[in-house]
Design a protein around this ligand. Sequence first.
Ligand code: NCD
Length: 373
Amino acid sequence: MDKIRNLINITDLTVEEINLLIETADDIEANPEKYRDVCAHKKLATLFFEPSTRTRLSFEAAMLELGGSVLGFSDAGSSSSTKGESVRDTIRIVGNYADIIAMRHPREGAPIAAAQKTVVPIINAGDGGHFHPTQTLTDLLTISRKKGRLDDLTVGLCGDLKFGRTVHSLVDAMLRYENVRFVLISPDELKMPEYVKDKMNAAGAKWTEVEGLEEAIPDLDILYMTRIQKERFDSAEEYERLKDSYVLDTEKLKPAKSDMIVLHPLPRVNEISVEVDDDPRACYFYQALCGKHIRMALILYLLNLIPKAGAGSASGGGSPETNAAVLRDDICCANPKCITSTEQELKHLFRLTDEKRGIYRCVYCDGEHVEEK
Ligand code: NCD
């Protein structure tokens, strides 16, 4: 039997696999009738412990368009998690009812915990402020369709880079393409986390950090706007102070390249004025359509309904034990948003990410531990 493939982090997929998904998504768009019944008698469970419109509905629409069925919940309040059930127990149960699972959870690393007990493929549809790999697949498909390439691009990431999980996964993905430069545009309080910057540095990527959108915009091929993530703030005052840090309007777009594209995972609050919607560079509603096509391709791939690409991922997704030799289990994760802080029976695990600086990171949430020398 084939090993179960999960998608927990975008790096669980090789570049060849991502290319295959993009090709399949394009074929799905061109020849929808070919795919109408390919998932007949297959079931997708959508387990959403956190709110969603696009991600959940596009997963469900994807499965329905492939001829399959869907079950699940859209609110943690209607699941047994309110009775104290662990994510790992929930996943064990749902594996009896569905062939594939898409889950979103407010705790960082929750899908890794889930992957330890699953008997069917698991897709991470967002874990707290950590990662969101299927949004990244959506973004890559949109960029590929609109720009015709995934390399040689200057990408501006603007807004809440600290809590915005979509930008963390997008950086992870785009680091694997040639000559991609990042401009990180955020207020000081919402800067890109160190674990993401460490990866950019390790890959030798070019990146700069600025506060002003105006100064950055003329150089960009892609402007990726994000919402200030209200639900992740500890202080309501701090959110109020930062919520309108950036508002893209037609005036600010004037110095931008004529073929720059504006992306946003949505929902937007105030960060893109509605007048921008009519600008041909605004691609965020189209991006949501791409989300359905790429999720159709992903479901087919993880269910082994299209041929395999490349060598497959090193990890299979979300199984830290495969690298047990380099893991440490004597460090406790201090991140209160990590899944290990609520699911007590989970073994804490850390991997060494920077030997020189003595930095270890939690395998679930990337929380940092610095070893005293
Ligand atoms: C994003 C998310 O949930 O992380 N939305 C999405 O999945 N389309 C971005 C956001 O909520 O701001």
